[in-house]
Design a protein around this ligand. Structure first.
Ligand code: ZN
Length: 667
């Protein structure tokens, strides 16, 4: 194919993909399957790989994120980014309506859901997304274009139409769908990191990341509510402009409605109050705007907010209940966290009986005593929170909570790491930590021990049968049968599961060790770089921090883990039991590739990549899945992936399959 053909094809593909993005994100009405969509994307990516100079920043392939930034540049907004007046009261809405009508006569209102997200301003020039900025102080904000490019809901190129020429500015909300929020928190919890309190915090935190590749991993979404009127735009209706923006491919907040009077607005508010819980995103209110753009201009604004718009906020659902107790839970990382035990109460569709209290300071700040009546809230937020106590209802029977100096489970003295609020039990034998560690080790992403659920782990630890992860490999049939609810058959199945857990891939057994900050992804990154646990144990801080996806804190944590003699002993015992801690199962027959590191990309014709990798290992060489300066050879097969480009940039020697075969033969 010559270059002109390629250019034409690439343009056609991009147009098609943009069209389908519009169907998917804007209209929520896709007309092709995910597989068909992926096929289009792959064809485009392949063509762009073949003709790299045809890659443009607005191509749908350019969403994976780029090099980390040093910091964000400050950018002045084209037009001041105001914030809206908020109210919880319908009377305030009537007052707003009265003032509007007094100034500019009867008006039509545009109403939309208010999304609990982070406000940003996007700029398109001749249909191409060129810049995205945070609200900041309203006059200037941070240039977060690189991060926003990774948000699939933001089209990089607009569909052909009246808005695809000239400059278009749209303002809207970046937000995190509830499901994604839960996924991220679960992952962070597994890694021993603090969880985010609500989707909004998580979104704000994500947009502040300097490494857009990290942002790309969090599936943020975007919807607009406020386009600025482009130059030469004739219609006076905001509603029409929003419709045009939607036609151009930018998602607008759904369920937009044109209301002829305030009663219609109030009906909209009430209707959505009950429905919003079922939405995929958090809605915390309704935004009301005057539809006529000329009337908006006439109404003007106060020092901080427009006079033609107001936000009605739903009362977060609250309830009062009794704080029965404050219990302590010990996490896998040893942090001792107070948990409020509540008299069960029904809020926002769920029964709430527990709520995290984070730490002792939080309890003081909220003035909580055990036995207090407390106000509990569960808003657009998913995690219920204790807001405050109601001291007026105290009768003298309440008692103060004191953080104990010793671990509530094992009794050893608690310690506090510098710069942390949480108290920790640092006793590695602490049954609470052991139970949590075993649960991680036996979990599906780790050693995956069929039949070893949490209730069983509790029994094993409490009966003293297991004092270390390694002890599970010494369990006997008799011991298991002696446990509650354990028949001969389930004991045999469990023993089989324990046997099978020894052969899990290295990345999973490594993850199962529960090294602080090393989650499933981190373990994979380490295994890509080190072929077995001996190499990993020998790695120094520099080597560790060089690995993509392993930051300095994780690197230090890995070092600390392997410097602890108890952990070394554990690994030794697991290894003796036959647990796999290596990527290699191949016997080395000669040393002709000793010291050489290979990376494969693309498909090979004479053998599979696994087979090719095995040939390298047999000769004492190393196979890595990612390219670095230390890579000696990149073997490029058919359809090489993004690694190819990277290898090129690093000056790594790239060889064909044929040349690789010659190397194998020793030529
Ligand atoms: Zn303890």
């Amino acid at each position: 194919m010559d270059k002109d053909d390629a250019r034409r094809q690439i343009e056609k593909l991009r147009e098609k993909i943009n069209y389908h993005n519009h169907r998917y994100y804007v209209l929520a009405n896709p007309v092709i399957s995910d597989a068909e969509y992926d096929a289009l994307m792959k064809r485009l990516a392949d063509l762009e790989k073949e003709f790299p100079d045809l890659v443009t920043p607005d191509s749908p392939t350019q969403r994976v994120g780029g090099q980390p930034l040093e910091g964000f540049e400050q950018v002045r907004h084209e037009e001041r980014m105001m914030s809206l007046d908020n109210t919880y009261s319908e009377d305030d809405l009537r007052e707003f309506d009265r003032r509007v009508r007094q100034a500019v006569g009867d008006q039509v209102y545009v109403v939309q859901q208010k999304i609990d997200g982070v406000a940003v301003s996007l700029r398109y020039e001749d249909g191409v997304f060129t810049r995205g900025v945070t609200r900041g102080d309203g006059l200037t904000g941070d240039d977060i274009t690189a991060n926003l490019r990774t948000v699939k809901w933001i089209p990089l190129k607009l569909l052909e139409g009246p808005l695809s020429k000239g400059v278009l500015i749209v303002r809207g909300e970046v937000y995190m769908p509830k499901e994604e929020f839960e996924r991220i928190n679960k992952e962070r919890d597994e890694q021993g990191l603090d969880v985010f309190a609500n989707p909004r915090n998580c979104t704000a935190g994500s947009l502040k990341l300097l490494d857009s590749r990290q942002v790309a991993k969090r599936k943020l979404a975007f919807m607009t509510h406020s386009p600025l009127r482009p130059e030469g735009w004739k219609s006076d209706s905001l509603y029409d402009l929003l419709e045009a923006v939607k036609q151009a491919g930018i998602p607008i907040i759904p369920a937009m409605c044109r209301c002829r009077n305030l009663d219609a607005v109030l009906k909209y508010i009430h209707d959505w109050d009950s429905e919003r819980q079922g939405l995929a995103y958090a809605v915390d209110g309704v935004v009301i705007k005057v539809d006529s753009i000329s009337a908006q201009a006439e109404l003007g604004h106060t020092a901080k907010s427009p006079r033609w718009s107001v936000a009605y906020k739903y009362q977060p659902e609250q309830a009062t209940t009794k704080l029965l107790d404050i219990q302590l839970s010990v996490s896998r990382t040893g942090s001792v966290n107070p948990v409020a035990i509540l008299d069960p109460v029904f809020i926002s569709g769920t029964t709430v009986s527990r709520a995290g209290l984070f730490n002792e300071n939080e309890i003081r700040r909220k003035n909580l005593m055990i036995g207090d009546w407390v106000l509990v809230e569960k808003g657009g937020e998913i995690i219920p929170q204790v807001i405050k106590s109601i001291p007026e209802r105290r009768d003298g029977s309440e008692r103060e909570f004191r953080m104990p100096e010793r671990c509530p489970v094992c009794g050893s003295e608690l310690e506090r790491y510098e710069g942390e609020v949480a108290w920790r039990c640092i006793n590695r034998d602490c049954p609470a930590i052991l139970k949590a560690s075993l649960a991680l080790y036996a979990s599906r992403g780790a050693a995956d021990i069929e039949g070893m659920g949490y209730m069983l782990i509790v029994q094993l630890v409490d009966k003293g049968l297991v004092k270390s992860i390694a002890d599970i490999y010494d369990l006997t049939r008799e011991q298991l049968i002696s446990l509650e609810r354990m028949g001969a058959k389930s004991a045999d199945n469990l023993l089989k599961g324990i046997q099978e857990s020894k052969t899990r891939p290295f990345e999973r057994t490594l993850y199962g060790l529960g090294i602080r900050f090393v989650g499933a992804t981190g373990a994979r990154a380490l295994v890509d770089r080190f072929k077995d646990i001996d190499e990993l144990m020998d790695a120094d801080l520099d080597e560790l921090s060089e690995i993509e996806g392993i930051g300095p804190i994780t690197a230090q944590s890995v070092r600390d883990f392997f410097e602890n003699p108890r952990n070394l002993e554990l690994i030794e015992r697991l290894r003796k039991a036959g647990v796999n801690f290596s990527t290699e199962t191949i016997e080395v027959t000669d040393q002709s590739f000793a010291g050489l590191s290979f990376v494969f990309t693309g498909g090979l014709e004479s053998m599979s990549r696994d087979e090719a990798g095995a040939e390298v290992l047999k000769r004492g060489g190393k196979v890595s899945s990612s390219v670095s300066k230390k890579t000696d050879y990149m073997v490029a097969g058919v359809d090489p992936g993004s690694k190819f480009k990277k290898a090129n940039g690093l000056g790594v020697k790239i060889i064909s399959e044929e040349e690789f075969l010659k190397l194998l033969e020793g030529k």
